[in-house]
Design a protein around this ligand. Structure first.
Ligand code: FES
Length: 166
């Protein structure tokens, strides 16, 4: 074998080893950056509005990514609002249950959410009506398929509700 051929062979061998090593490190980096399956699963909470036995006018609190989520089926006397979720003939308020002042969790008192920290109040639509909160309760991202609400998966309904509350 001539020196030129030997040099070419060694050069190609080093290039091949470097290419395989580079590809293997890219695969390793991707695996390290991708969220774990458990993290992905924790990002979504599913609530079937037809199965949770909501009493109109009495909100229930669910948990999504560690945050409280208020779901209220509105009564006929409660104000209809562009920021409501409408499913069939029912209207719902869906909101992250954290006060928009400093993040306390407001409590439902008859027909409003009252924040014990500084006296803020939110009406049944989630709009701030009294005290220091500067804006309405925030709508979480969600999608709705029939009566099944998937928190964490942004759909057109939650985008419209967010826009109504902005
Ligand atoms: S944190 Fe709710 S009023 Fe201040």
């Amino acid at each position: 074998m001539s020196n030129t051929n030997r040099r070419d062979f060694l050069g190609m061998s080093f290039a091949a080893v470097a290419a395989v090593g580079g590809a293997a490190s890219l695969v390793g980096m991707k695996q390290a950056w991708d969220p774990l399956p458990s993290v992905l699963a924790a990002g979504f909470t599913t609530v079937d509005l037809a199965k949770i036995n909501l009493v109109p006018g009495q909100p229930q609190t669910f948990k999504w990514r560690g945050k409280p989520i208020f779901i209220l089926e509105k009564t006929a006397d409660m104000e209809a609002y562009d920021g409501d979720l409408v499913v069939g003939d029912k209207r719902y308020t869906v909101a992250i249950g954290l006060c928009t002042h400093l993040g306390c969790i407001p409590a439902w008192k008859t027909d409003v959410w009252k924040c014990a920290c500084h006296g803020g109040e939110f009406d049944a639509t989630g709009k701030h009506t009294f005290g220091p909160p500067p804006k309405p309760l925030v709508t979480p991202p969600f999608s709705i398929n029939g009566t099944v609400l998937t928190l964490g998966e942004e759909g057109s309904e939650s985008k419209a509700m967010m826009a109504a509350r902005a």
